[in-house]
Design a protein around this ligand. Structure first.
Ligand SMILES: *Cc1c(COP(=O)(O)O)cnc(C)c1O
Length: 474
């Protein structure tokens, strides 16, 4: 049994086993808890010593399905509102299976003209969906963190060139620190990208005019005036506590006036651009030098999926481009090789689930999904406002609702502990998932609604479970 060659006739049977489990599993998502903590005992079935001879294909896939369909967090179902997590549309999920079936090396045109062409097409479709100029370069990434890394790496290369240096070739030694400016909404993922790029996690100059983190444009303007040489501005389209936005258009004005680079982290907020009702939230994003977003959030494609767009496509090649290994394509290769435009080398055909979902539902389907989630967020916001024991902490901008439990008579200094307790109980209960955050010093729930399966009933259940739990507080 040891050698997979002995099991080559099992390949299709193993996939059929997965397909057979898929129907019942997907059906169950609507009704089951987000997490069955009792099923965690099953995790022991994953453990044990590395098998000497191997347990065989079907036995192993069966074991994985048995444990997984019970003990996994059912976050692709309709009631996972923790963090910012999407689901997988039917087309995207199947597209992802096709990706595994074909197992393309999607980094080079030579290894897969198919994956390369699909990537080119979906990048154009995404630009069209978001109203970004087609002239922008782009690349698919594993996540928004990698998309931020891609955009900020291009910014760093641009900044180095302004100093007469080629950072890609020579690194940062001898250069001053790259000035990076942001409002208080900057996400840890941009800081992670900056630390990876050697620009420092904590060097970001933050200009916030209130505790929530809204950007102080005047202070940023003054600082840009003081900085000698080019700078980088990071704008946030969609902040995780409340779903609020930096004024991207104003940041683009500042960037224009001071000759700065504007990078926009639109991990989920960029999707506002897909709706004429909401696109004002991201006005100006088409003036950014680089834009990052996630596929595995609001596009509802499986993990790992993100994308980056860069206004100057040539810069992407200079930043990540040919590394001079004799067996890899030369610099004058006429075909696009996506592994020369981003931080990855070998990579899967990440475009296929995106292609499938964009083709299946089109501009209209994605617009409807975004607007439905916005409406659901407004509905939850209204429920909270009407309830005497719940308090909305920020206006609902997009798909995040920031609120806390605040019954009459409980003193302010007890509310944080009470809401933290509710947050823990909510996760232990498992019917709906939502996490807590600290917003302007207050412990708050901040459900994010961006799963295509979510309906009004799921949202109403969230509100009622929170109040039910709160009613039995110690
Ligand atoms: C989720 C998120 C990120 C990071 O995305 P990953 O896909 O987890 O890497 C970055 N910025 C914002 C605003 C986010 O919401």
């Amino acid at each position: 049994m040891s050698d997979p060659l002995n099991e080559r006739d099992q390949a299709a049977a193993a996939l059929e086993m997965v397909a057979g489990a898929a129907g019942p599993y997907l059906e169950s998502l609507g009704g089951r808890p987000v997490h069955d903590h009792g099923a965690d005992d099953l995790l022991d079935l994953l453990d044990g010593p590395l098998p000497e001879d191997g347990e065989g294909t079907l036995d192993s896939v069966e074991r994985l399905l048995h444990v997984g369909t019970e003990a996994a967090t059912h976050s692709s179902g309709p009631r996972f509102f923790h963090f910012v997590v999407g689901g997988s549309t039917p087309a995207a999920q199947a597209g992802d299976w096709v990706t595994s079936l074909l197992d393309q090396a999607g980094g080079l045109w030579l290894t897969s003209p198919f994956a390369t062409r699909a990537e080119t097409v979906v990048l154009r479709w995404l630009k069209d969906l978001f109203g970004l100029p087609r002239s922008y370069g782009g690349v698919l990434t594993p996540s928004a963190t990698f998309a931020n890394l891609t955009g900020l790496a291009c910014a760093r290369q641009w900044w180095g060139e302004r100093h007469g240096a080629d950072v890609t070739a020579d690194g940062l030694a001898g250069l001053p620190r790259m000035p990076v400016l942001a409002g208080g909404y900057i996400h840890p993922s941009s800081r992670k990208a900056l630390l990876t790029l050697g620009c420092g996690r904590d060097g970001v100059r933050v200009f916030a005019r209130d505790e929530a983190g809204r950007v102080d444009l005047e202070a940023m303007d003054r600082e840009l005036g003081r900085i000698d040489g080019p700078a980088v501005i990071v704008g946030n389209a969609g902040e995780v506590n409340t779903g609020d936005f930096d004024p991207i258009d104003d940041l683009a004005d500042l960037a224009g006036r001071h000759g700065a680079w504007l990078h926009v982290d639109g991990a989920f907020g960029l999707f506002a651009a897909a709706s004429p009702r909401l696109s004002h939230l991201v006005r100006g994003v088409e003036r950014a030098h680089s834009v990052a977003a996630d596929g595995h959030k609001w596009l509802n494609v499986p993990y790992e999926s993100g994308f980056a767009f860069v206004r100057d496509p040539e810069l992407m090649g200079r930043t990540f481009g040919p590394w001079g290994a004799a067996y890899l394509p030369a610099e004058d290769d006429p075909h696009v090789n996506y592994n020369c435009l981003g931080p990855e080398s070998s990579r899967r055909a990440r475009a296929l689930p995106i292609w499938a979902t964009l083709r299946a539902y089109g501009r209209q389907g994605h617009r409807e999904m975004v607007e439905r989630h916005h409406d659901l967020a407004l509905r939850l916001g209204a429920t909270v406002e009407e309830a005497p024991d719940l308090e909305l902490l920020a206006p609902v901008r997009l798909c995040v609702v920031c609120f806390r439990y605040r019954p009459p008579g409980v003193p302010e200094e007890e509310l944080n502990a009470l809401n933290a307790w509710i947050g823990r109980e909510l996760l232990a209960d498992g019917r709906v998932y939502a996490g807590t955050t600290t917003y302007r010093g207050m412990t708050a729930l901040r459900p994010a609604i961006l799963n295509w399966r979510t309906t009004e009933a799921d949202i109403d259940l969230l509100a009622s479970v929170v109040r039910e739990i709160a009613a039995r507080r110690p």
